[in-house]
Ligand binder design. Structure first.
Ligand SMILES: C[S@@+](CC[C@H](N)C(=O)[O-])C[C@H]1O[C@@H](n2cnc3c(N)ncnc32)[C@H](O)[C@@H]1O
Length: 231
């Protein structure tokens, strides 16, 4: 069936039933002020939690090809502990086959074997995907990069707490420049507090479609200590 992919284990969907691509563009691209953010930059680095079907990657890659100037480079780093196989991705993304004509085929062509580790994939001479097949907490602790924009796309924090851990947030701080941005579909209090505690400013903005809120923000380096229960 080619419907919306769902995880039984995490009781959540990979993307919105109504319009996953529109949600991706709203939450992650607009939420990180793309394409403005890469304007005038020789190299731009995006890091994502949860590669899933690669929908976010494809949307960012296509926007980059449509808007970047000659000579600019995009590095997209993504982490996935439970990788889908090629056939599953092809099935789930077939509804956007026209939109991603050529892009989807190229991504699937070089999509790696599902073995743990770092997979460096050159989509072309100016776009590279580093797909890390591992737990996000382990992976982020072993990356050395400077990330310009974060796509936080785990399953919902209540069922997938590993994707929203202190370790993830601490590593985001370590890997950010002052001004690096993040965007996520969730406005959960624990996520907002966690990000503030490592030095991000966090803003609640209207969510996509029927979702009331989501969160965006930037790394300032000024940590806001988390209040303990009852304070
Ligand atoms: C909402 S889906 C991501 C959707 C994806 N960005 C897309 O464009 O299709 C969340 C993803 O996080 C992955 N995930 C869950 N726990 C994880 C963990 N501890 N480490 C790494 N990936 C994890 C899931 O397997 C799933 O693919």
């Amino acid at each position: 069936m080619s419907g919306t992919p769902r995880s039984k284990e995490f009781d959540d969907v990979y993307f919105s039933v109504e319009n996953g691509l529109a949600e991706t563009r709203y939450v992650f691209l607009k939420g990180n002020d793309l394409p403005n953010a890469w304007s005038g930059r020789d190299r731009f680095v995006i890091a994502e939690t949860g590669f899933g079907t690669g929908l976010n990657f494809l949307a960012a890659w296509k926007m980059f090809e449509d808007t970047a100037e000659d000579g600019q480079e995009l590095d997209f780093i993504s982490v996935e502990k439970f990788p889908l196989d090629r056939q599953e991705i092809a099935l789930y993304l077939q509804r956007w086959g026209d939109e991603f004509d050529g892009y989807l085929e190229r991504m699937l062509e070089i999509y790696p074997a599902l073995i743990p580790g770092f997979h460096r994939l050159n989509l072309n001479d100016h776009v590279r995907l580093t797909l890390i097949v591992d737990d996000v907490n382990y992976a982020f602790s072993h990356i050395d990069a400077k990330v310009d924009a974060w796509f936080l796309d785990g399953f919902k924090p209540s069922t997938n707490p590993d994707m929203w851990s202190e370790t993830v947030f601490e590593n985001m701080a370590r890997l950010s420049n002052i001004g690096s941005s993040f965007a996520t579909f969730t406005a959960a209090g624990a996520v907002r507090r966690g990000l503030k505690s490592v030095g991000f400013d966090v803003e609640k903005v209207p969510g996509f479609g029927s979702k009331r809120d989501m969160s965006v923000g930037r790394y300032t380096g000024e940590r806001v200590p988390q209040k303990k229960e009852g304070e």
